[in-house]
Design a protein around this ligand. Structure first.
Ligand code: GSH
Ligand code: FE2
Length: 305
């Protein structure tokens, strides 16, 4: 089937090799998350992708060690932040986008289907009328095929649902920030058992990314250090993933993938931070409104998830 959005993204990748974006990866070991700062070397305009707010669920305390590291990098390299991009509403860490926005500026953006996620989790957490479920907590909502710029770098948006309904991959120059679609070849793919997730849809989204040119650089959102590897890793290519990804390399059929993914998902525990993460991330990384004592509370739904 012709896919005009992917055709456009492919020519962008080819052109993107002329002025490649500079990509800085910052790994958060407690949540196995990779935050990226991507910038245009000519104009020094930048985007931050998938930032992390440190959160200790035992004490309910937030800390800003990861966010401050991003701020130090941005200031140290004299960059101007235009975008604070989320690949999806993460279920395993809280976003630091509002904290970074206060310090650095930039617009907070996510996929337009965040409204579906907001409706699902708004209901689960019985959020009050102060919680807007129309995406308006974000500054920008992306559609498949949307294009934007980071200085002179071209960026475009691929809607890649499956892990969650709102997942986005960002194609920036010749680099793709794949979010939680696939991981390093020896780890495979993301789970598809969260509300609104679907293994068949995930397969199609991952294979769509793998239809980009073979040399396209792919940057993963997580690395879980599978047995047999001792160094964290997060960068791969279309060619490498097609040759050797244990779940979605060339030759694996959709039905084989779905059977494997659903069997594995049935064995997985919920992420340690899923309850705080989704309550905060559905609000673009902000805490629920403080109560009359000035304290914000996060809920734990009992036997509901
Ligand atoms: N043990 C981790 C699990 C995190 C997790 O479930 N990660 C998701 C991405 S948000 C995933 O796709 N994991 C893939 C897998 O374990 O197969 C935690 O508690 O945070
Ligand atoms: Fe995720």
């Amino acid at each position: 089937m012709p896919d005009p959005v992917l055709t456009e993204a492919s020519s962008q990748v080819a052109a993107g090799r002329a002025v490649a974006p500079i990509v800085k990866a910052m790994f958060d070991e407690p949540t196995n998350t990779v935050t990226y700062v991507v910038h245009d070397p000519e104009t020094r305009r930048a985007a931050v992708i998938d930032s992390v707010l440190d959160f200790d669920p035992a004490s309910g305390r937030t800390r800003f060690r990861s966010a401050e590291a991003v701020i130090a990098y941005i200031r140290g390299h004299n960059l101007t932040v235009d975008w604070l991009l989320e690949t999806h509403a993460h279920a395993d860490h809280l976003s630091a986008a509002p904290y970074l926005q206060k310090a650095l500026g930039g617009q907070i953006a996510i996929g337009e289907h965040i409204v579906t996620v907001q409706q699902t989790f708004g209901k689960l957490f019985n959020a009050g009328s102060d919680f807007r479920r129309d995406g308006s907590d974000f500054d920008r909502l992306w559609k498949d095929g949307d294009r934007f710029a980071i200085g002179h770098l071209s960026a475009s948006v691929l809607h890649v649902p499956g892990h969650t309904p709102a997942c986005i991959a960002y194609v920036i120059g010749d680099a793709v920030f794949v979010g939680d679609t696939m991981f390093m070849p020896d780890y495979g793919t993301a789970r598809a058992d969260f509300p609104g997730g679907d293994a068949r849809t995930l397969f199609r989204s991952a294979r769509r990314i793998l239809s980009l040119p073979p040399q396209t650089r792919l940057f993963m959102c997580h690395d879980y250090l599978p047995a047999g590897r001792s160094q964290y890793a997060w960068e791969s290519t279309v060619e490498t993933e097609r040759r050797s990804n244990i779940h979605i390399r060339d030759g694996v059929t959709e039905d084989e993938f779905v059977a494997m993914r659903e069997a594995r998902d049935a064995t997985l525990d919920m992420p340690r931070l899923i309850l705080p993460s989704v309550q905060v991330n559905m609000r673009a990384g902000r805490m629920p409104q403080a109560e009359d004592n000035g304290v914000a509370y996060l809920k734990i739904p009992v036997n509901a998830i």
